[in-house]
Design a protein. Structure first.
Length: 154
DNA sequence: GCCAACGTTGGC
DNA sequence: GCCAACGTTGGC
């Protein structure tokens, strides 16, 4: 089993939005970066755990935990001309973009980005590296254990 | 709103 | 294949 960190803009889908959804799950559509796509398509497996991270907002940080709930399958929004994620170069015969389903696991009291950055044990964390923009990044078992065990307040 | 960092595009 | 231009990300 692997661990991940997945960014979501809470204005689009917050941890509370995820918890309130039918089945408490959501297709993680809209990823249009090849590296993040490859993580979903090639490495993620159902049962993997992910930090649910709030980005591009007033209080960026880890807001909860989610579980990968499906293998990757073609992202429907790429074929929808009305979607902002429409990709005219993609075809159903040869889809370019994929998504997994993500299910709510539990909420955490927010672990702010500044807190994560202040911890020496997490200095190597992928998402904290300067210039990182990937919306999906791997988390090591050590990082996962440290954050859930030492930084998560509940 | 600013801006640094990064990925993608497209001309050559 | 190079690389400049452009668009996006995301913290501040």
């Amino acid at each position: 089993m692997r661990y991940w960190l997945m960014k979501s803009e809470p204005a689009d889908c917050s941890i509370d939005d995820l918890a309130a959804r039918p089945d408490q799950s959501v297709p993680w559509y809209g990823v249009r970066n090849y590296q993040a796509r490859n993580f979903m398509r090639d490495t993620m497996r159902p049962g993997d755990l992910a930090f649910f991270y709030h980005s591009s907002c007033a209080h960026p940080g880890i807001a909860g935990i989610a579980r990968i709930a499906s293998l990757a399958y073609p992202d429907a929004t790429q074929f929808d001309p009305a979607s902002p994620y429409h990709d005219p170069k993609s075809t159903p015969e040869s889809p370019r973009w994929f998504n997994v389903d993500v299910r709510f696991e539990r909420k955490l009291s927010l672990i702010p980005l500044a807190r994560l950055k202040s911890v020496p044990e997490l200095s190597g964390m992928r998402v904290l590296q300067p210039g990182n923009r990937l919306s999906i990044t791997p988390v090591t078992p050590e990082e996962w254990a440290f954050i859930t065990g030492r930084l998560a307040g509940q």
